[in-house]
Write a protein that binds this ligand. Structure first.
Ligand code: PNS
Length: 160
């Protein structure tokens, strides 16, 4: 079983993220979900709220034997990958826009440490879901209950 890192802000962790986790596990990987602090993005949920929601989701979804959540508040992703013995990063692609966003990071991570990136094409059922849109819809009073695992929804609801 090889270890892969699924990094992201996860603000909040969505059904799309959950699907990626399940699919990476189904490919035989041990998945470490790395909750990162992205200085260029202002977060709604605290790191603790995000990691707790992901932990609860992994337990509920019977994924805890193959996936775990870790905090990565500072530092390079490639250093974290080395620390946990991961040779690859997993990311989801919803569209070509995502690919354009990912490409320089993929190249930089490979340049820095030879870390590969495995892309999984987002299932069409989740291709419209992004954490930023979930936050926006929620903040404007919209219903996001069918876009998130229950634990993420609970966390979001503490931030009306
Ligand atoms: O879900 P996001 O916020 O789009 O994820 C972006 C993320 C976390 C993958 C990216 O910001 C990242 O890798 N951060 C870790 C810091 C780092 O290594 N930066 C250099 C990347 S080339």
């Amino acid at each position: 079983m090889s270890t892969v890192v699924l990094p992201g802000s996860f603000d909040p962790f969505t059904l799309g993220h959950l699907d990626l986790t399940r699919r990476a596990v189904a490919l035989g990987h041990r998945v470490i979900i790395a909750v990162t602090h992205n200085p260029s993005k202002q977060s709604l949920l605290s790191i603790d709220e995000r990691t707790t929601a992901i932990e609860r989701t992994l337990a509920t979804e019977d994924l805890a034997a193959h996936a775990e959540v870790r905090t990565l508040p500072r530092g390079l992703l490639v250093d974290f990958c080395r620390e946990v013995g991961a040779g690859a990063v997993v990311r989801g692609l919803r569209s070509q826009l995502d690919l354009a966003y990912e490409e320089p990071m993929v190249r930089m991570n490979h340049h820095l440490a030879g870390i590969e990136t495995i892309f999984l094409l987002t299932d069409a059922a989740y291709a419209h879901i992004s954490s930023s849109l979930v936050r926006e819809v929620h903040s404007l009073g919209g219903d996001v209950s069918d876009l998130l695992p229950a634990a993420s929804l609970d966390a979001l609801r503490t931030h009306p």
